[in-house]
Design a protein around this ligand. Structure first.
Ligand code: NAP
Length: 262
């Protein structure tokens, strides 16, 4: 079998765990393939680089919207999200998918399968992907963001800013803000978060491998909580299977990729 070449496009990309995750799956399944990091500063070069050098790719910030725009065809929920994190080659065409959304869904289903209502904190790209999948799955959804501007892209959903929001009961609170990524800032004022966490059943952060201020606060409310590691893992499992036309058992890919988090 000829060697296949995969990459992740991002700026920055050095921190990405995807090459390690995919590397373990390639090795575990005994495949002829490599997976590299491509630091891409000029988004407009993505399609040309992809078509010249790669069979499949992942796309991370800030290029997911550019990948959507440059794809010859976009499939599945990526059409609604208008952002692409997985590229495959079919003949002369670059095909785009979004596995972030389904990755989050699988993560939530794994530990909190009985969720019926959700509050998303944040209104960036990750919030948009999660909002679309939760709505598609019939979850009653509300979005809360610090400021109004980014909520413009989420007008189809029930949206609030800190100023016009009144805390009530939701099954799960999902933090998609970058608050707490490199500091101790909670994703909303404590006057909002504490009454919310008093009435919720679960907490889910999308930041991974870190006890964020949000997860620490959830712990003080004795809530079952999880970080974003499984979301990252499952989007990788789904992307890997797209690279290989769904040939492999997802549970087997998961088992190999999980080693990247040890
Ligand atoms: N686990 C995974 O697989 C996975 C995948 C993708 C992303 N992520 C993580 O998801 C997070 C968000 O990524 P993104 O691309 O969606 O970001 P983004 O598009 O830049 O959006 C950031 C959001 O965070 C809010 N925010 C930033 N600082 C804040 C603060 N101090 N207090 C309250 N809100 C604040 C922003 O609010 P304003 O609109 O008011 O500025 C905005 O809604 C990152 O931490 C990223 O690492 C994880």
């Amino acid at each position: 079998m000829p060697t296949k070449h995969f990459t992740i496009f991002g700026d920055p990309v050095e921190h990405s765990l995807s090459p390690t995750m995919h590397g373990y799956a390639i090795e575990g399944l005994g495949l002829q393939a490599d997976y590299t990091k491509t630091h891409l500063t000029e988004a407009c070069q993505m399609r040309a680089q992809f078509m010249a050098h790669f069979d499949g790719a992942n796309v991370t910030v800030p290029h997911k919207e550019a990948a959507y725009a440059q794809a010859d065809e976009v499939r599945g929920i990526a059409q609604e999200i208008k952002a692409v994190n997985t590229l495959i080659k079919e003949g002369e065409n670059m095909i785009g998918y979004n596995t972030d959304a389904e990755g989050f869904w699988l993560s939530m289903q794994r530990d909190f399968p009985d969720v019926k209502s959700a509050l998303i904190l944040g209104a960036g790209g990750t919030a948009k992907a999660i909002a679309h999948i939760l709505t598609q799955k019939g979850i009653d959804l509300t979005i809360l963001n610090r400021s109004a501007q980014r909520l413009e892209q989420l007008k189809a959903f029930e949206c609030y800013t800190w100023e016009n929001f009144t805390p009530k009961a939701y099954d799960i609170i999902i933090n998609t803000t970058s608050a707490g990524l490199e500091d101790a800032t909670p994703p909303a004022p404590l006057e909002i978060l504490n009454p919310l966490l008093d009435q919720t059943r679960y907490a889910h952060d999308v930041i991974y491998n870190r006890q964020t201020p949000f997860l620490k606060l959830a712990k003080t409310h004795d809530l079952p909580a999880k970080d974003g590691a499984d979301m990252l893992l499952f989007q990788g499992v789904l992307a890997f299977n797209l690279f290989y036309q769904n040939r492999f058992d997802p549970a087997e890919i998961e088992r190999y990729m999980r080693k990247a988090f040890d």
